[in-house]
Write a protein that binds this ligand. Structure first.
Ligand code: SF4
Ligand code: SF4
Length: 446
């Protein structure tokens, strides 16, 4: 829904906005090229190439920033191979904010490179139309539901037609299951707390989560209600803009941010909740999108101050411990945008400790990306699968019978890993595990 004032920046505001959409010199200067981040970097570990390490990428950004190199195909390739997982940011002793740098570099590429028309068309349809329109997302969801449930998907797969379609066929096969009824019908609703109301929270339901993770969103509402929260799913909210910002489309990300801020800021909520670490990271960093604009920067800062990941929020309140035992041996994959983006490691582990009978067996190198990274697994399938295979070997070493993580994209990637490389065990979100413990249901273990 259009919001008054959005997208109406005067022409005089354009230059400072554009100047923001490149790696900032002050951020680049912080890197002292020590290389202490190299071993934390999944692409450097996988490819062994300096230009695919954080230090190498920062070096290339400096070269472009100082005009010694153009935005070449070579630059686009090495920057594009970055997962934006921000493990280097955690490892860096000099406080380099690599997340800001890579987002600036991706925006710079977007503004400098002339893409082919089919690519422009796909990006326009996906980032500017589909993700921004609940109506289009719903229509696409129903189309996908028909495709998956009518037998058409199986028929096309068995007949070999999908294999002939190349990339499009791969995408059709990779598409997660659409979960009907979709969560869209809950937007605009208010759910009362179970028992006394101790908190008033707003749930950001996401964009594709309304189609592919409807049950996770419902579980999130149930768990929050069990913890004394009145949960509003505010009308007027839209996709957070994370996928656009990570694709270099910061101007679309700004418009998304303005719509969400406008939709939520008048609600007098104690906290804004997301169950998606990748979204949470960008939602908490909305102020970075408005460094040129004092009014929106202030509103974005007030918004970000209330933003919480669901595990962060639950770990910070007096948790309802009326939890049934779950006798399972789990391992936990830290979602990059929760651990490295939001610096949250302890909260999910604290919640696990609250569930009687649950055994957490720490995953070696759980701080290394599983290869999901938004649409990275579609754009760079080989690197993504190599990372996933390594990850599943680590999972096998824990002898866990369930994987738990904190981000829907990681769940899909780990589910793909479980069926492709094994061990073939269920993958749950932190909040789904809590939901089952509150309901007294044992998660199904294969
Ligand atoms: S990003 Fe940090 S750790 Fe990596 S080379 Fe630069 S200063 Fe060193
Ligand atoms: S964000 Fe991740 S993949 Fe990119 S340079 Fe940093 S550690 Fe490597």
């Amino acid at each position: 829904m259009p919001v008054a004032g959005i997208g109406s920046a005067s022409p005089t505001q354009e230059p400072p906005m554009a100047a923001l959409d490149v790696p900032q010199e002050a951020d680049l200067r912080k890197c002292v090229h020590c290389g202490l981040c190299l071993n934390a970097c999944p692409t450097y570990r996988e490819l062994g190439v300096e230009m695919d390490s954080p230090r190498g990428r920062i070096y290339q950004m400096v070269e472009v920033s100082e005009g010694r190199s153009p935005v070449s195909d070579h630059y686009v390739e090495h920057i594009g191979l970055c997962l934006a997982c921000r493990a280097c940011e955690t490892a860096c002793p000099s406080g380099v904010q690599y997340g800001r740098l890579i987002e600036g570099a991706l925006a710079q590429i977007e503004n400098s490179v002339r893409r082919s028309w089919p690519e422009r068309l796909v990006r326009w349809l996906a980032y500017d139309k589909l993700l921004r329109s609940p109506l289009l997302l719903k229509a696409a969801g129903y189309g996908l539901l028909f495709y998956q449930r009518s037998g058409l998907a199986r028929m096309l797969s068995e007949s070999g037609v999908l294999a002939e379609l190349g990339r499009l066929g791969d995408l059709a096969q990779l598409a997660p299951e659409a979960q009907s009824p979709f969560f869209f019908s809950n937007i605009g609703r208010v759910y009362s707390a179970e028992g006394d109301t101790r908190h008033r929270v707003a749930l950001l339901a996401g964009c594709m989560q309304n189609v592919f993770f409807s049950r996770l969103n419902e579980a999130t509402v149930r768990v929050l209600r069990k913890n004394g929260c009145e949960v509003t799913v505010p009308a007027g909210q839209v996709c957070c803009g994370a996928l656009q910002v990570h694709a270099g489309l910061r101007s679309i990300g700004r418009e998304q941010a303005q719509q969400n801020i406008t939709a939520l800021e008048g609600g007098e909520f104690d906290a804004y909740i997301t169950n998606t670490a990748g979204c949470g990271s960008v939602l908490k960093e909305y102020p970075d999108l408005f460094e040129h604009d004092p009014e929106w920067h202030g509103r974005a800062s007030a918004f970000a101050a209330k933003m919480r990941d669901v595990s962060e929020f639950l770990a910070s309140i007096d948790l309802n411990t009326d939890l049934a035992p779950i006798h399972a041996r789990i391992t936990y994959q830290d979602s990059c945008h929760l651990l490295h983006g939001q610096k949250i490691a302890e909260a999910p582990r604290k919640l696990f400790r609250a569930i009687p009978g649950l055994e957490l067996h720490e995953l070696p190198m759980s701080d290394i990306c599983c290869g999901s990274a938004g649409v990275y697994n579609i754009e760079h399938t080989d690197v993504s699968m190599a990372l996933l295979e390594d990850k599943m070997h680590m999972v096998a070493s824990t002898k866990a019978n369930m994987i738990v993580t904190a981000n829907p994209g990681c769940m899909l990637q780990l589910q793909a890993g479980a069926s492709r490389f094994g061990p073939d065990i269920p993958v749950l979100h932190v909040v789904e595990l809590l939901d089952r413990a509150y309901a007294g249901l044992l998660p199904s273990l294969r």
